[in-house]
Design a protein around this ligand. Structure first.
Ligand SMILES: Nc1ncnc2c1ncn2[C@@H]1O[C@H](COP(=O)(O)OP(=O)(O)OP(=O)(O)O)[C@@H](O)[C@H]1O
Ligand SMILES: [Mg+2]
Length: 258
């Protein structure tokens, strides 16, 4: 199983330190929560791990590779995939096309190019199509494979976004606020899907503001505040941690106990 290690990572934007000497390890096969108030550095950490940003100092290791030196596509090929805080689906394409292009770089020109090119590469296209259908079935959207993504309710667009990330055959999935904007029913579906990913052996890192969801799903939780790691432990450790309670002014964590 693959191990992800964040080692002393600092990410500075001019005078602003989005991350300050953050270190922790992701346990293979576990569901990790990454929490913290707005602006704490959660998305910045995903941006560093997935290769969007190179850390100002420190490194990220994945298995035997120092991935903080690698490009986005190289890191993705090694087995790290992510979703974004804002849903990244192509509304004017079908669900199956959205998943098929999960492997491609995300410009519209390259999407069209890939669709045209694969017309001439029938077997490859058929395989990709088959795999996309399997992934849609996995997230429970196979019945809508040929519909336009634009017609999906918001919660199903989130599920599609996860299928798109799975198309790169990752070992570890970084989910940036997948429950944001979802209603209660959609949250339950998402929770089920994350548990299914876990059962299938994926390692999951979940950024989430819904503390109740995080406490119920994750076996390990890392807490960031102003770019610093302030806690790292089990849900029980986190709920009783003085610094975490102070960071949340007690409110969010109290809710989690109810
Ligand atoms: N590209 C950038 N340029 C300058 N500052 C940035 C950039 N990206 C992030 N920051 C700053 O880094 C800090 C951390 O931002 P980040 O988006 O990682 O927080 P977050 O924990 O994901 O917050 P939220 O819960 O609101 O999504 C913030 O102060 C933010 O303004
Ligand atoms: Mg964020």
């Amino acid at each position: 199983m693959s191990t992800l290690s964040i080692d002393n990572v600092t990410l500075a934007f001019g005078g602003v330190k989005a991350l300050s000497q953050v270190s922790f390890e992701i346990t293979p096969g576990a569901i990790h929560g990454l929490i913290g108030p707005n602006g704490a550095g959660k998305t910045s950490l995903f941006n560093v791990v997935s290769g969007i940003y190179t850390p100002t100092s420190g490194s990220v290791r994945f298995d035997d590779h120092t991935i903080s030196d690698l490009r986005l596509d190289q890191i993705n090929r090694l087995g790290v995939a992510r979703t974004f805080q804002n849903i990244m689906v192509f509304p004017e394409l079908s669900l199956v096309a959205n998943v098929m292009i999960g492997r491609q770089s995300r410009t519209y020109a390259s999407v069209l190019q890939s669709i045209l090119r694969t017309r001439h590469e029938r077997s490859e296209r058929q395989l990709a199509h088959q795999r996309a259908l399997e992934l849609l079935s996995y997230v429970g959207l196979d019945a809508k494979a040929d519909e336009l993504a634009a017609n999906l309710p918001y919660g199903e667009q989130r599920q599609l976004d996860i299928a798109r990330a799975l198309a790169t055959d990752p070992k570890i999935l970084l989910l940036d606020e997948p429950a944001a904007g979802l209603n209660q029913q959609e949250r339950l579906s998402l929770r089920k899907l994350i548990l299914k990913l876990h059962d299938f052996g994926y390692t999951v890192v979940l950024i989430e503001h819904d503390i109740k969801l995080v406490m119920g799903l994750c076996s390990h939780i890392v807490v960031l505040e102003y770019g610093n790691k302030i806690a790292d432990g089990t849900p029980e450790d986190i709920q009783t941690d003085e610094r975490v309670i102070a960071a949340y002014l007690g409110t969010g964590l109290k809710n989690a106990e109810n």
